[in-house]
Design a protein around this ligand. Structure first.
Ligand code: ATP
Ligand code: PAU
Ligand code: K
Length: 244
């Protein structure tokens, strides 16, 4: 049994797996990291391995205490991945993007794949059918857009995510919701259309904290799976065991 931990920029997610079976998911803040891991280990005594991917400011040392009781795997660029990394700066590629690309490669063999992770940032990652990781894009996520409008202006309130009534916003709130939500949806559909113009066939995986909100608003057909990063962590680990 393994515990995978995804340290994002906003929150931390953990999941317990035995082979391909997901037992439970945990979501917590950086402050509660220690306490949560201890509780999970108590609840699932069969856990032997801890697999971590961190793009947040939680470093490898934060997990070294568990070395005594578990095998700790803090994933990095040095680990084996099932694709050829064609990124011009492979060492600066986010480990979360690498794990997503690994999951897409292993779960959807022999096809072009586009992974869209709508989290703190929205990232696009494209892996072609020959398993070349080509790159993609990084843009502000939904919540970040609301926050940026508020933080960098004098007059705009901080709103929480809401569906715009129409693309023509008839008040300050409606204008912000239209700009943020419609803008985000147009942008994602626009990116997908660009990929379609270059590649006739590919599958699209949508994941991240805004998956459910976005899935029903996109015009393109996608696999929506908010747990894709956690599942990909499990797959990346299985691949590492076989290929290290
Ligand atoms: N409870 C929540 N806390 C924070 N964000 C949430 C929550 N529920 C949904 N969201 C949405 O999820 C997005 C953040 O995504 P997510 O939680 O995947 O980020 P993260 O954990 O920081 O991961 P990453 O850094 O990998 O993107 C925000 O844009 C927000 O709208
Ligand atoms: C883009 C984020 C913040 C998304 O979580 C992360 O993947 C990251 O810090 N990436 C480093 C830059 C890059 O991927 O090229
Ligand atoms: K993300």
């Amino acid at each position: 049994m393994i515990l995978v931990v995804d340290v994002g920029n906003t929150r931390i997610k953990g999941a317990v797996f035995e082979d391909a079976i997901l037992f439970e998911i945990f979501v917590f803040s950086k402050m509660e990291l220690q306490k949560n891991i201890e509780n999970i280990l108590k609840k699932f005594e069969k856990i032997t391995d801890l697999v971590v991917s961190s793009v947040g400011d939680v470093e490898k040392q934060s997990f070294s205490a568990y070395n005594k009781v578990l095998n700790v795997h803090f994933l990095s660029h040095e680990d084996p991945f099932p694709f050829y990394n064609c990124y011009a700066t492979p060492k600066t590629l986010g480990i979360d993007r690498m794990v997503l690309a690994a999951g897409a490669t292993l779960e959807f063999p022999n096809q072009n794949r586009l992974v869209i992770d709508a989290g703190t940032c929205v990232t696009y990652d494209f892996i072609d059918q020959e398993n070349n990781y080509l790159g993609g894009a990084i843009a502000p996520g939904l919540r970040l857009r609301y926050e940026a409008l508020h933080n960098f202006t004098a007059k705009l309130p901080l709103l929480s995510l809401e569906s715009p009534k129409d693309f023509i916003g008839t008040s300050t709130s409606e204008s912000i919701h239209s700009g943020v939500v419609n803008g985000f949806v147009y942008e994602i559909d626009g990116f997908i259309d660009e990929y379609k113009a270059r590649y006739s066939n590919f599958i699209i995986i949508l994941t991240g904290g805004d998956t459910d909100f976005l899935a029903k608003r996109l015009k393109n057909t996608i696999f929506a799976n908010s747990n894709f990063l956690l599942e990909s962590l499990n797959q990346t680990f299985q691949y590492k065991i076989k290929n290290d």
